[in-house]
Ligand binder design. Structure first.
Ligand SMILES: Cc1cc2nc3c(=O)[nH]c(=O)nc-3n(C[C@H](O)[C@H](O)[C@H](O)COP(=O)(O)O)c2cc1C
Length: 305
């Protein structure tokens, strides 16, 4: 997730919960305007030397320019990545308007033209992340037969439309219709916030190869542990979640250079991670209203007691 699950987060997570997450897909590297330099600027996030001690990562690319896609994909392969992921799910309007992210879903011919050029020349294997469509869930039913013609490593489905952004609920009925039509292993993503959500998806769709958790891992950092150890009683969940938030805050304070950048980053996480603590929304909001770093630090420290 852009701005959230970057390498700082992934390293703190792995330190606190070693092995709990098998693999993380990186926030997307964008090929906006076919400009490789922009994606390369953000490459720091996936450079192997920066990812020592991090959750293993699959770099994700957002874009539709085949030549730049191949160049970036093959550079990623050369620095050690055996798989890359193509983002066909981003709902941001300015992205979708240019047939990127979920904006490409209504255009299966464009996807086919890109895959025809990219797949034969790409060194890493390619997985994709999709929504059901941009404005119409028929998009995905037209796209799947195209995807099935290529050796796609996996298809992660977030069963919402792009225009829904994050509103409404994932459309599980449509996901169920889609599942038998997709040749590649299917990964389910969307609104897994507690372990029971994961159990429900696995029970209803046993063919699902894996689960991807997004915001849930910030709402409840212990969630992946709880999903994988549903039979086990995990001790001290509250303490483990607190410890994670404490370590994340410490690392932001140690890593970001200015008072403003430290505050901005802490608040970006705080909007979600406060739910991991036993505090009220009002207490959480008070932190978000503060402008001085010393006060933010003190308030978070008190809330973590
Ligand atoms: C702030 C934010 C940034 C995101 N950035 C990305 C991204 O870079 N690539 C991507 O594939 N999905 C991105 N997503 C979407 C999530 O990966 C996921 O598909 C979506 O949040 C639904 O899953 P969840 O309910 O488990 O969060 C982002 C979501 C949020 C809220």
């Amino acid at each position: 997730m852009q701005g959230l699950t970057e390498v700082l987060f992934r390293r703190v997570y792995e330190e606190c919960f070693p092995g709990a997450i098998r693999v993380a897909v990186s926030p997307f590297l964008s090929l906006t305007h076919g400009n490789l330099a922009e994606a390369w600027d953000k490459i720091e996030d996936v450079l192997p030397e920066n990812n020592v001690g991090s959750i293993p990562v699959i770099p994700q690319i957002l874009g539709k320019e085949p030549n730049e896609f191949i160049t970036l994909g093959n550079r990623l392969y050369d620095i050690g990545y055996k798989e890359i992921n193509w983002n066909m799910g981003c709902p941001m309007r300015k992205v979708a308007a240019k047939h990127r992210g979920s904006g490409i879903l209504p255009y299966p011919d464009e996807v086919k033209a890109i895959l025809d050029v990219v797949v034969p020349q790409l060194k890493p294997s390619l997985s994709v992340k999709v929504r059901l469509g941009l404005k119409d869930k028929e998009d995905i039913f037209r796209l799947v037969p195209i995807l099935n013609d290529y050796p796609i490593a996996s298809v992660t489905v977030h069963p919402r439309l792009g225009r829904q952004q994050y509103n409404g609920h994932p459309d599980l009925d449509t996901f169920g219709q889609l599942l038998p039509l997709i040749k590649a292993p299917v990964i389910y993503n969307g609104d897994i916030c507690i372990a029971a959500d994961a159990i429900r998806i696995r029970e209803r769709f046993p063919q699902v190869a894996d689960l991807m958790v997004g915001r849930g891992v910030l709402y409840r950092p212990t969630l992946p542990l709880e999903i994988e150890n549903e039979a086990l009683k995990i001790e001290n969940l509250a303490e483990k979640n607190k410890h994670f938030v404490r370590r994340l805050t410490e690392e932001i304070l140690a890593t970001f250079p200015t008072e403003q950048s430290k505050i901005r980053k802490i608040k970006e996480y705080w909007c979600l991670v406060w739910k991991a603590l036993s505090i009220s929304e009002m207490q959480a909001r008070e932190v978000l209203h503060q402008e001085k770093l010393t006060i933010v630090e003190k308030m978070i420290c008190d809330l973590l007691q």
